[in-house]
Design a protein around this ligand. Sequence first.
Ligand code: FAD
Ligand code: NAG
Ligand code: NAG
Ligand code: NAG
Length: 612
Amino acid sequence: MLFRSVVILVFAFFSPLVVRASAPEGRRRLRSSAFAVPGTDATYDYIVVGGGSAGLTIASRLAEFASVAVIEAGGFYEQDNGNQSVVPFLGLVMPFLATTEGYPKQPLMDWGLVSSPQAGANNRKIHYAQGKTLGGSSAINTMAYLRGTLGSYQRWADIVGDPTYTFANLLQYFIKSTHFTPPNLQKRNTPNATVFYDPSVFDNSKGGPVQVSYGNWVDPTINWLSSALRALGLPLSPVGFNSGSLSGYGAWVTSTISPEDAERSTSQSSYLEQAIQNTGIMIYAHTQANKILFDSSKKASAVSVSTQGLEYSLSANKEVIVSAGVFHSPQLLMVSGIGPQATLKALGIPVLSDLPGVGQNLWDPVFFNVLWEVNTPSSGTVIAANPAEALEEYLNDAAGPYSSAGGYFAFEKIPASLRQNFTQQTASALAWFPTDWPEVEYIVSGFPSGTGSTIGAVSPTLLAPLSRGNVAITSQTMSDPPVINLGWLTDPADAEIAVAAFKRCRQIWNTGPAMSIRIGPELVPGAAVSSDADILSYIRQSVTPIWHASSTCSMGKAGDPMAVVDSTAKVFGVKGLRVVDISAFPFGVPTHPQGTVYMLAEKIADDIKNRK
Ligand SMILES: Cc1cc2nc3c(=O)[nH]c(=O)nc-3n(C[C@H](O)[C@H](O)[C@H](O)COP(=O)(O)OP(=O)(O)OC[C@H]3O[C@@H](n4cnc5c(N)ncnc54)[C@H](O)[C@@H]3O)c2cc1C
Ligand SMILES: *[C@@H]1O[C@H](CO)[C@@H](O)[C@H](O)[C@H]1NC(C)=O
Ligand SMILES: *[C@@H]1O[C@H](CO)[C@@H](O)[C@H](O)[C@H]1NC(C)=O
Ligand SMILES: *[C@@H]1O[C@H](CO)[C@@H](O)[C@H](O)[C@H]1NC(C)=O
């Protein structure tokens, strides 16, 4: 997400190791029947729409006791995106993650969604990458693994009226999805890059397949900027960011990387690989779900699909589970007759369940940068200076700059000195958030300037956004893209917080450790940008996604007019249908969300197994 200016040449890289199964059983399955032949109607107990982060997790668990088919529009990222989706560092510089309208397209991997003009961001249209591949966005994300706070999950429990959503009760599902490896200090081997963590919030004996580890390399610029966060006076976070607390500095973050070979760990390389070996899971790749079909009792009975134009349907004895992600899950519900009545009627879609919340309540935290040139190297400059050595270190030792996507983050609520000027309206809107819910996260990073030096970045993300976007449809068909309004910075409170966060970034750049590495004047936006109005206009011009959009099919209590699913992810007003992915979050968790996505899929799989 941070190194957009770098373009690394990547050509198709064929990995025959779609399944690195050691068990002969696994090989047999791969070569025979794990991949369905398209075009033939078939029936399974469960049909899962979307083979992404949540979809492959829940499908793999359900396949332990039932027949399951997964419908996925994409294919295998190892083939379609080569080492860019496998080598951690390359994942940070994938060209198609660019957010401008003219981004370099990668249709084998990305849905190519572009937002409507964003009023709060100078009417720019934003390309919003979303994984279109087995693994979904876990195959294109930046691999940070974190969990939310005690207060945020308590709020989730309160909103949905279900105490099983407190952190203490969810911990078993966070654990069940992950395999934790402590930092390899020999490979990291860097002064001052101490890792703080709490091993008690992982338990590999009860754990699952997603690899959670630390980079086998420490980026020198990030290391220096981590000292700057400390010098700012933030408190030390002695347990890392997986124990229900997001406050202060001190954590080199965990990443979804398999530490032994330093390859990206996705829902495909973890859950699916395992399920192919151990279960009868059936995958329909390159297959798009077009519509959910219902019987006369409003029970979801089948999904109409197409593979390269060939249309057929897959029936569900038990349930259909929609895991198509934050933009396509609400779209699929709407084209299937579930959503705001007026929208559906206007498009001639018969209304099965009038749920005004479908496609609403989009939370999307925004991200921007304050940049200086620095005199320290970064992963990108180290690779550029000696590519052969970096490659050898990666291939032979799973170490060096290619092996890590690891960053350093810090969290806080805007301190009193800067919030004293917030309007009364902003102050009271922010009072909705629990006391341990951070308002801003600072991400520090470095990338090559193009002339051999490093650009250092201090980048805030707004984690308590009050602006809301939405997803709409303009036709009855999934072949047309959904209309995406991100809503960015349309609530005046967000603009005030953004300006305060920007000022904090300058404070970080003015700490001793940052001053000892920075060179020349502030590069972006530059010292001339100093009034609140100018700062805000810089932010509106440059703000980008951090790709954490959520909550477009929000979970809530029965009777809440904006709720789409209940606390077991069942869609209100119909039967046999659940939405299990980031769209079902009641709000944007104040952190990088993939840990919570995997957790939720494990939790709902357990509900289904226990007939909830
Ligand atoms: C560039 C980027 C960087 C990110 N960085 C991080 C990070 O560092 N840490 C973090 O925690 N989170 C990160 N995220 C967010 C995180 O990856 C996502 O929130 C998470 O993966 C969402 O999971 P999901 O299951 O809801 O959707 P996805 O994983 O996107 O899965 C949806 C799947 O459904 C498929 N699909 C959609 N429509 C259809 C259809 N009609 N028919 C068939 N298939 C369909 C898609 O192809 C896709 O495979 C990042 C996201 C992106 C895009
Ligand atoms: C990625 O693939 C390209 C093209 O085959 C190759 O030149 C490059 O060395 C690879 N990089 C890594 C880190 O694997
Ligand atoms: C580590 O910390 C020491 C003491 O503060 C400092 O002198 C040294 O420059 C630091 N090194 C790095 C790489 O941050
Ligand atoms: C608060 O507002 C006052 C009056 O506009 C201004 O002088 C002061 O600099 C502001 N303080 C901060 C921290 O922005």
